[in-house]
Design a protein around this ligand. Structure first.
Ligand SMILES: [Zn+2]
Length: 317
């Protein structure tokens, strides 16, 4: 099969027919119909972001359906985050991978087991288009995935369907760890990360709505560049949790305070926290962030979703 990605410039062409997201054995797809009905048909109704759990979301825009960071392990399952570092899942995803609706493509922030788990690696359709960073794309190619786009920071992919341009996905800066790490240290094995920006495009490719996803980053000064390049962000999804590597006790994702620093730096119109309370390595939970949001007067600009719940929005311009 020909790759749906073309290069220079990067374009992803979405076919009109959707294929299943996961390879299912006969009978397994029976549960699909019930979960599919909650997703809108092409061009029908407002856009939405549905939080499935951890950093997994389903984004519906302009008839295109995107999944982020697929993680379908269950409560009690374990993931390896680094050599000798294991985390246990504490919350189930909103549905099982067998019930996942067909999606057009995947945006993967990085190749870490709580963002792309063994279940997903085993069952995800090999030719589903995946947009990620070069490190993750190399790993995915080794696993037999064939439709891959590797973005360096600020690189973009234009997504088109039969009607025309739908959105542009741009790689945003992000760092899972900061500073230098001695060779052989646990931190050296933590994979590089990208954030992403989804710009919904109107006729003539003008930007109608901007959705930012932080990826598993810590807060650091270079993230302020995002606002310089993109002064208007309509919605920001923040990977929080204050993920902490045990024994060495080093934090590798934003906690509540850093999440607030990023909000102040980017000034999105609205924010939704995700990637919290899902694993036991996440030490900064929802209550933590709620307190900081109230303290800093952001209460009316932050939406808290339950797993499985969607936030609906309309194009602003
Ligand atoms: Zn990670």
């Amino acid at each position: 099969m020909q790759s749906p990605f073309s290069k220079d410039p990067f374009v992803l062409s979405i076919p009109s027919e959707r294929e299943p997201t996961f390879d299912l054995s006969p009978g397994e797809g029976d549960a699909l119909s019930s979960s599919v009905t909650q997703f809108k048909k092409q061009g029908d109704g407002p856009e939405s972001v549905r939080w499935i759990g951890n950093a997994t979301c389903i984004v519906e825009i302009g008839g295109v359906r995107i999944m982020t960071d697929p993680n379908f392990l269950h409560q009690g399952d374990h993931v390896h985050l680094a050599p000798g570092v294991v985390a246990q899942r504490l919350k189930d995803p909103a549905f099982n991978y067998e019930e996942c609706p067909p999606v057009d493509f995947i945006i993967l922030s990085h190749l870490h087991a709580d963002h792309f788990d063994d279940l997903v690696a085993a069952h995800l359709r090999r030719n589903i288009p995946i947009i990620s960073n070069p490190h993750a794309v190399a790993g995915l190619a080794e696993q037999g995935f064939t439709s891959l786009a590797a973005l360096n920071t600020w690189d973009a992919v234009l997504v088109r369907n039969e009607v025309g341009a739908v959105c542009r996905i741009t790689s945003m800066p992000g760092k899972h760890t900061l500073g230098e790490h001695p060779h052989g240290s646990v931190l050296e094995t933590i994979p590089p990360v990208m954030g992403s920006l989804i710009e919904i495009l109107g006729d003539g490719e003008d930007v109608k709505y901007t959705l930012y996803i932080s990826g598993d980053t810590l807060y650091y000064d270079e993230l302020k560049e995002i606002r310089v390049k993109y002064p208007t962000i309509n919605l920001a999804l923040l990977h929080l949790g204050g993920t902490t590597i045990p024994v060495i006790n080093v934090m590798v994702t934003m906690d509540a305070e850093q999440g607030m620093q990023l909000l102040c730096a980017l000034n999105p119109e609205r924010a939704i926290p995700i990637h919290m309370d899902d694993y036991d390595a996440f030490l900064s939970g929802l209550d933590d962030f709620k307190k900081v949001v109230e303290r800093e007067g952001w209460g009316d600009r932050v939406t808290f979703l339950d797993r499985g719940e969607a936030y609906y929005f309309s194009r602003t311009k």
